[in-house]
Design a protein around this ligand. Structure first.
Ligand code: DMJ
Length: 446
């Protein structure tokens, strides 16, 4: 009997020789410590400002006045991690200092995903009505952005004067609003927010080509495309994300139909299988002809959306490619050419998408290989991006030279998804919440 047991133990180590036990509890605590390291750096060198410059130990504001991007982006992560003291610090700062009564022209997309999403999420997580009051004030100041001839928002609007600028926008900036604006409609009972955001999505969709693809740039005044390159990368990415998540959050069948039509075309014209796996490349929106074989860190959001929408097979294949992209130089580049696996943009911007997708896949499949991916990703962040003031972007994943910026989304998304991979699965219930594209959790209303 004894020998028989030994044989079983021996055989199983032969079958899974490389599999070392991953200590989730240890990793969860380590992520929390690293989050605190980044937050303390912000507190010490950038308190009250938008973002930390960790190399010069200084700060950066996006506009003439700070909009507290880092505390806004960090608050929900602190709540999820149980960092109550830090959450209170951030909350006090936000509620005493954040004001939108400013003569500044802000980028609607960025302010929406980071601030409006952050405030609504904070209200739902914390219950303090002052978060909601700020959210309503912000949304009302952003409303003039939609006053274009097509109803698609201008890229910039002045928070005080309502003056708009920059009519040449893109599907992502026009179509990444409905989770936040729809949530606001549900909470306030004012339909206007949902209908403005939905109209914007529909106007992009209406301009899709006959083969159901959208391009990179379009003019919100005359509705024409100025760049017809189609892909799932930056400038288009979260337009698709919000079609699916919008359906999941509000049960709006029009959005589901738009997603179904779009994903069919994406898989037909953009998906590309090479000896290195499944990728999604670029093609002309009108002809479907391949224009380039580029894929990057932003595109790595797609496995998450695929698995969320039920296409686990493609999600898993694509995530394998995303992992290859990451491991090529030990940390992922902004972009590579998957036809020869050569880096085309060598920087790493502390982006979350690859880690986000590993988290979703682990959540939905329970396959330990995603846990291992998470561990590899987290270890390389510490190895290459950490410094004594916080975390830095990299100028190049080849030289590993650091650059002087810690994006606010590093605290909203990158470290949140690292944490969630190792945290108990029940921490997030995807039947009850949806993450907006900045990883702010919002309640499902369906
Ligand atoms: C974030 O602001 C959001 O995830 C957005 O959708 C894309 N860019 C950054 C992270 O890479």
């Amino acid at each position: 009997m004894k020998n028989y047991l030994l044989i079983i133990v021996f055989t199983s180590t032969l079958i899974f020789p490389q599999e070392k036990k991953i200590d989730k509890e240890k990793l969860v605590n380590q992520v929390k410590q690293e989050f605190l390291h980044a937050w303390n750096g912000y507190k010490k060198y950038a308190w009250g400002h938008d973002e930390l410059l960790p190399l010069s130990k200084n700060y950066k504001d996006w506009y003439d006045e700070s909009l507290l991007l880092t505390p806004m982006d960090a608050f929900g992560t602190m709540k999820i991690m149980g960092l109550d003291k830090e959450a209170n610090e951030a909350k006090n700062l936000i509620l005493t200092k954040l004001s939108f009564d400013r003569v500044i022209s802000v980028q609607v997309f960025e302010v929406n995903i980071r601030l409006l999403g952050g405030l609504l999420s904070a209200y739902q997580l914390d219950g303090d009505k002052r978060f909601l009051d700020l959210a309503i004030d912000l949304a009302d100041r952003l409303l003039p952005a939609f006053d274009s001839p097509t109803g698609m928002p201008y890229r910039y609007v002045n928070l005080k004067t309502g003056e708009t600028k920059d009519p040449v926008s893109n599907p992502a900036e026009i179509g990444t609003l409905i989770l936040e604006w729809g949530t606001l409609s549900k909470i306030t009972g004012r339909e206007i927010y949902y209908s403005k955001a939905k109209k914007a999505l529909e106007e992009v969709y209406r301009r899709r080509s006959t083969i159901e693809l959208v391009g990179t740039l379009l003019n919100v005044e005359d509705g024409t495309w100025t760049n017809t390159d189609s892909h799932i990368s930056g400038a288009i990415d979260s337009y698709y994300e919000y079609l699916y998540k919008g359906w999941k959050m509000f049960g709006d069948k029009t959005l589901k139909h738009m997603w179904d039509v779009s994903i069919y075309a994406i898989n037909k014209y953009l998906a590309d299988e090479t000896k290195d796996g499944l990728w999604y490349g670029h093609a002309d929106m009108n002809t479907g002809k391949r224009t380039s074989t580029l894929f990057g860190s932003l595109d790595a959001f797609f496995p998450a959306v695929l698995v969320l929408s039920g296409d686990t097979a493609r999600a898993e294949m694509l995530q394998e490619s995303c992992y290859k992209m990451w491991m090529l130089h030990g940390i992922e580049p902004e972009e590579l050419d998957y036809s020869n696996m050569k880096v085309t943009y060598p920087n790493y911007a502390l982006r979350p998408e690859n880690i986000e997708s590993a988290y979703y896949l682990y959540h939905y499949t329970n396959d330990p290989k995603y846990l291992k991916m998470g561990e590899d990703y987290f270890e390389s962040l510490i190895k290459y991006c950490r410094n004594d003031a916080g975390y830095s972007t990299l100028k190049s994943v080849i030289t590993k030279e650091q650059a002087d910026l810690m994006h606010s989304f590093f605290l909203a998304e990158t470290l949140k998804y690292c944490y969630l991979i190792f945290a108990p699965q029940a921490t997030i219930d995807f039947n009850k919440i949806i993450f907006n594209t900045e990883a702010h959790p919002l309640k499902i209303w369906k």
